[in-house]
Design a protein around this ligand. Structure first.
Ligand code: CS2
Length: 498
């Protein structure tokens, strides 16, 4: 007999149960006040939990979330039959527990529900939009501005034009920034008041980046009135988010079923650690996230930089080197003493000298804590998951460090190892020569074709061809001879025969 599925009606009968908590708010009494773009596992395990805890702490009922998926309707299809309820399975060496979250109150797939998404962002009861759309979701051109040649962004700009006199949205929203500008146009027309839009992606200065993308898109659209309204009425705080959220597996779903007694197709998994640092710059009301453990601060930059350069850079380094050695998970990779030494060297030699500790923080302790988190085998985060999208991750995680070290007169030999590891990974994956746990690993990257082209061919000149990919390295790094030599040297060590 198959077990009943999680929903409002089945949950009442299933609780209480040992090791299960939540929902911390009553989903039936919760109305939408926040829209989230990018309803992946990360949002469900992170901001949605903070938002629910904040609402529980104040008793406010207006902070339910409309979650908007990106390219597919899959997640909406998993959650809608469950009244948007889902569990977060916390997995750690010292803890395993299931929490049912009720803050998500609605889900939408833009392919079929764009009018609903735009209307909800434009509603006067909506005060905050958050985003986790991944690095590539921002559709940036190599110069950092919007890629106006991107067909999805272009389609949204055409729709913005068609909707300018208040015509109902007909074309499906196709890009996060495109959906935002269309919704902002409607919000202004409806005089629904100011709005805060908070990027929660792993991008340096994510708030400022998003603000300038929206501004540049509106300039390109020639909509000066909307541009002026956005400058006046919309805030784009930067945030730093941190929680390791591996992909959910069937084994996790079985485990959750045993704990909850209900099937949960929307289950997500997270490590015990969770952190959110938010720039305190809001246009209107916001959930009391500080009561849920988030840090509200005037300046997120030192946190963001430390997290990207220590955690994410180490993560990527372990992912590339680990996959090349056939390790399945990050925990297996860091258990290899040689790889552990490589990431320590990266952080100590090249990263820490570029950082200013956030107030009261010890960056050495931070490094140790991060590496300890990676080592937890219960997390089960795979190398291949972290390794994807290197062309858009590397610039955020490693190349800032590289540039700062070069500016300080140093040759970033340790950071060069990360670049070399990525090159070796790209070459192996794009040629069909990479196998992890008995399976061939293809190259999963928005620039896969261009990278495969640069990585193919003779070993001589490989580094030069890869560093010449301007969208990743810019002109400055492509032409840096000392960096090229350091990457060449590292690559020879990593993949002597490649
Ligand atoms: C990881 C991140 O997949 C990746 O690239 O480095 O998702 C990482 O797990 C999170 O940033 C941790 O907060």
């Amino acid at each position: 007999m198959t077990s009943p599925r999680l929903s409002l009606s089945t949950l009442d009968g299933a609780l209480p149960r040992p090791h299960v908590t939540g929902p911390a708010v009553d989903p039936r009494d919760t109305t939408i006040g926040l829209v989230h773009l990018g309803l992946g596992a990360f949002h469900r395990a992170h901001q949605a939990v903070f938002t629910e805890d904040a609402a529980a702490a104040t008793g406010e009922t207006g902070w339910g979330i409309l979650g908007v998926t990106q390219r597919s309707a899959r997640v909406a299809g998993q959650l809608a039959p469950q009244d948007c309820l889902y569990g977060v399975l916390t997995q750690g060496a010292d803890a395993s527990a299931l929490r049912v979250v009720g803050a998500l109150r609605d889900v939408a797939f833009p392919g079929s529900a764009t009018p609903h998404v735009l209307a909800t962002i434009a509603a006067p009861t909506t005060h905050v939009v958050t985003l986790t759309v991944t690095e590539k979701g921002y559709r940036r051109a190599p110069d950092g501005g919007p890629d106006l040649a991107d067909p999805d962004l272009a389609a949204d700009l055409a729709a913005l034009h068609d909707e300018r006199d208040g015509a109902e949205a007909a074309a499906p929203g196709r890009s996060p920034v495109g959906i935002l500008v269309r919704a902002l146009a409607r919000r202004r027309r409806d005089d629904a008041g100011p709005l805060t839009i908070a990027s929660c992606d792993n991008l340096a200065d994510n708030g400022a980046v998003l603000r300038s993308l929206v501004d540049a898109v509106l300039a390109a659209a020639g909509d000066e009135a909307l541009r002026a309204w956005v400058a006046e009425s919309v805030r784009f705080p930067s945030t730093m988010v941190d929680r390791i959220v591996p992909a959910t597996t069937d084994a996790h779903r079985e485990q959750a079923l045993a704990v909850l007694g209900l099937r949960d197709e929307g289950l997500v998994v997270g490590e015990p650690f969770s952190q959110w640092v938010i720039e305190d710059d809001f246009a209107g009301p916001r959930p009391a996230w500080q009561l849920a453990g988030a840090t509200l601060t005037a300046d997120v930059a030192p946190y963001e930089r430390a997290k990207l350069r220590v955690l994410n850079a180490s993560h990527s380094t372990l992912a590339y080197l680990g996959a090349l050695r056939g390790y399945r998970t990050i925990a297996e990779a860091i258990a290899d003493p040689e790889l552990a030494a490589v990431v320590r060297e990266l952080v100590d030699t090249d990263v820490l000298p570029t950082l200013t500790p956030p107030d009261g923080h010890d960056l050495g302790a931070y490094r140790d804590e991060v590496l300890h988190r990676f080592a937890d085998p219960a997390t089960g985060h795979t190398c291949v998951q972290v390794a994807m999208d290197g062309s858009v991750k590397l610039p955020q995680r490693v190349l800032g460090t590289v540039r700062d070290r070069i500016a300080a007169g140093a040759v970033p030999t340790a950071a060069a190892v990360t670049i070399a590891a990525w090159i070796a990974y790209v070459r192996a994956a794009s040629s069909g020569g990479l196998e992890v746990a008995g399976r061939a690993v293809p190259l999963d990257d928005p620039m896969a074709d261009a990278l495969a082209h640069a990585a193919a061919g003779p070993r001589a000149g490989l580094v030069e061809r890869m560093l010449a990919v301007r969208a990743v390295f810019g002109a400055d790094l492509a032409d840096d001879q000392a960096l090229r030599r350091a990457v060449e040297h590292a690559l020879t060590q990593i993949a002597p025969g490649a």
